[in-house]
Structure formats: C-alpha cells, structure tokens
Design a protein around this ligand. Structure first.
Ligand SMILES: *Cc1c(COP(=O)(O)O)cnc(C)c1O
Length: 340
C-alpha cells in the first residue's frame, strides 16, 4: 500500500464526485454559457458575501490575476518572506505584473499590522515604487498550515486602507483555517478586496480555484484570465467537482486535522525527532536529528511505501488528506514509532 503524504493535492475524486461530474450540464464557458461554472461562481460569491467570482484552472493563476488587477508595472506589493505568491509562483508577480515584492520578516508565514505599518512608511517620492497591494496567506503553506489571528487581519486591513493598498488573500487552504478556528467565509469576504481559494487541495476536487471579489474586480479578472490563457470551454465537469467538494468535503477537513495532531503526538515521543512545529491544521513540519539527515529519513520511509517531502533547510513535511485512510494512519504511526 502506498501512503502518499506529500501534499493534499494527491487525492483522487471520490465516487460521489465522479458521479456528479459525469452528470454535469456543460457549455462553452468562454461565452459564459456553462451553467455549472456559472452556478459555482454564484455559489462561492454568495458563500463569502461578495459580489462575484471567477473559476480558474489553478491557484497560481487566480493569485497572479489578482496581483495583475490590483497593480501597474513598477508598483510594490507587500507579503511575508515565505509567501506562496513570492516563493512558489515562478516569480510571477515580477514576470506577469512587473511588480516589486517587499518581503516582511514574519513568523511562520504571518506578520503583524505593526510590521506592515513600518514596511509602508518611509519616503514617498519619485525614487520609490508606489505601494499598491498587500497579500496574506491563510493557512500558510511554508509556515506549516498556521492560521492567522483574525483580529490581526482586521488591523492589517486598517493599515492597508489608510495607505490605499488593495488587500488580497491567498486562501488556497482557507477552508482548513475556517474549520480549525470555527470562522465563516463571510468574515473573510467582508475584509478582503479579493480572495483566491483552491478546490484541489484539502477539498479534494481534481482541478480548480476560484477568485472572489467585487463585480468590477472580477470583470477585470476575466480579461486577465483570458490573456493568461486560462479561458476554459466545457469546464462544467470540473466546476461540478468543485460544487461537490464544497457541499460534501468541507467539514471532513477536521478529520485531517485530527490525524495531523496525532502524528505530531507520536513524533514527540520519537527520540530521533529534534523539533516539531505547532500543528494547527493538516500540515506537520518536523526536523530529525542531524545524525539521520532529513533526505535519508525520507528515503528510508519511501522504501516502506510512505512518501513525504522535504521543504529544504532540514524541514520534513507531512500533509494529511481525504485519501489518507485510518488504516494508513495506523501503519504510519507504527513505522514512525519503530524507526531508528
Ligand atoms: C497550492 C497553493 C497555491 C496554488 O497552487 P496551484 O498549484 O497553482 O493550484 C497558492 N497558494 C498557496 C498557499 C498554496 O498552497
């Protein structure tokens, strides 16, 4: 049995999801004539209490479209030094939008309103870029699935507002945060100008992200998506999977979180584990003793059919998900315990 814990993107559509997909009503979405895509967009916009939404083939494209619509070339965007938009989108902010990234030295991918205030202050003359956008990420990916304190997000919005910055949320795993902290999509919809969410991470759809925002922003995003090559045709099959995920596979994220915490508890007992980052959602990041070496640890587990990933700097990552069964969990905990 292969136990793949590399990411929550490795899941396959469930039987219920596949059945729903096979029965989807579709049309040409470039002509806005795919009823299922339209339904998904309306559903997500309503969930967040925002005006409109747009379906994208990937989270990267949704984030990049957001950066594009909020900025002009030469503008400056603020994000954490670990942000996905900066580290893992191929330099897209610079490539697609000509935007300079100002990295804030946060903690586990999260910074404070005070840090943003310091970052945006300073001279504002012809020498310096226009400050235009602040991006945050919830949960944080490189930060090990950490969840932001909502009160801090409100304070950051205040700093953003008083400095005329747009406020974008990379919510690839926002539903993990909502479930873990018992928060609502509406709370987030009321705070941000644009929000991207992934359906293909913990929610278990095969493909797709949604960008949510005002009518005006989404109209602009539609144009940007076209020029990025992201206009899809009979995308309703994928939108149906996304609708299914939102209807049936949100609450169950709590099970992934529970398993992640249990893995952390077992790792704590293992003498070869040097450190474990706090576990808040479905991501476990830990370090093994130098005498073992993280790459060697990963290789030895791979020989047992257990796939983990290195995050660099000795970090090892485990991500729990929909296809990680109780039986697999049992096997993993046993292998971790007896590893030496
Ligand atoms: C996965 C992820 C994305 C988008 O990824 P795609 O693979 O392009 O869908 C964006 N932000 C974060 C934080 C992510 O984890």
């Amino acid at each position: 049995m292969e136990i793949n814990l590399i990411s929550d993107t490795v899941t396959k559509p469930t039987k219920g999801m596949l059945d729903a997909m096979m029965n989807a009503k579709v049309g040409d979405d470039v002509f806005k004539a795919d009823p299922t895509v339209n339904l998904l967009q309306e559903k997500v916009a309503a969930m967040f209490g925002m005006e409109d939404a747009l379906f994208f083939p990937s989270g990267t494209m949704a984030n990049q479209a957001a950066i594009k619509l909020h900025t002009q070339p030469g503008d400056r965007m603020f994000c954490d030094k670990w942000a996905h938009v900066y580290n893992y989108e191929g330099g897209g902010a610079a490539f697609n939008s000509g935007v300079t990234s100002h990295l804030i030295d946060g903690n586990r991918g999260m910074f404070t309103a005070e840090q943003l205030k310091v970052a945006v202050s300073g001279r504002a003359d012809i020498h310096v870029p226009f400050n235009r956008l602040v991006c945050i990420e919830n949960t944080t990916n490189k930060g090990g699935g950490a969840c932001w304190d909502f009160e801090e997000l409100i304070k950051i919005q205040e700093v953003a507002k008083s400095n005329n910055l747009a406020y974008h949320l990379d919510g690839a795993r926002l539903f993990n945060a909502l479930v873990a902290k018992n928060e609502t999509p509406q709370q987030y919809g009321a705070l941000f100008d644009t929000i991207s969410i992934c359906l293909s991470k913990g929610l278990g759809a095969p493909v797709g992200s949604v960008l949510i925002g005002s009518k005006e922003h989404i109209a602009q995003a539609l144009r940007v998506r076209k020029l990025f090559g992201g206009g899809m045709r009979q995308a309703g099959f994928l939108a149906e999977a996304a609708i299914y995920a939102l209807d049936h596979q949100v609450e169950r994220l709590a099970e992934d979180h529970k398993k992640a915490i249990e893995i952390g508890e077992v790792l704590k007992q293992c003498s070869y584990v040097k450190n474990i980052e706090p576990i808040e959602t479905n991501i476990v990041i830990f370090y093994v003793d130098d005498s073992i070496d993280s790459m060697n640890f990963i290789k030895r587990l791979e020989e047992k059919g257990i796939l983990l990933i290195s995050m660099g700097e000795g970090k090892i990552r485990i991500v729990t998900h929909l296809d990680y069964t109780a039986k697999m969990h049992e096997i993993l905990l046993e292998e971790l315990t007896k590893f030496e």
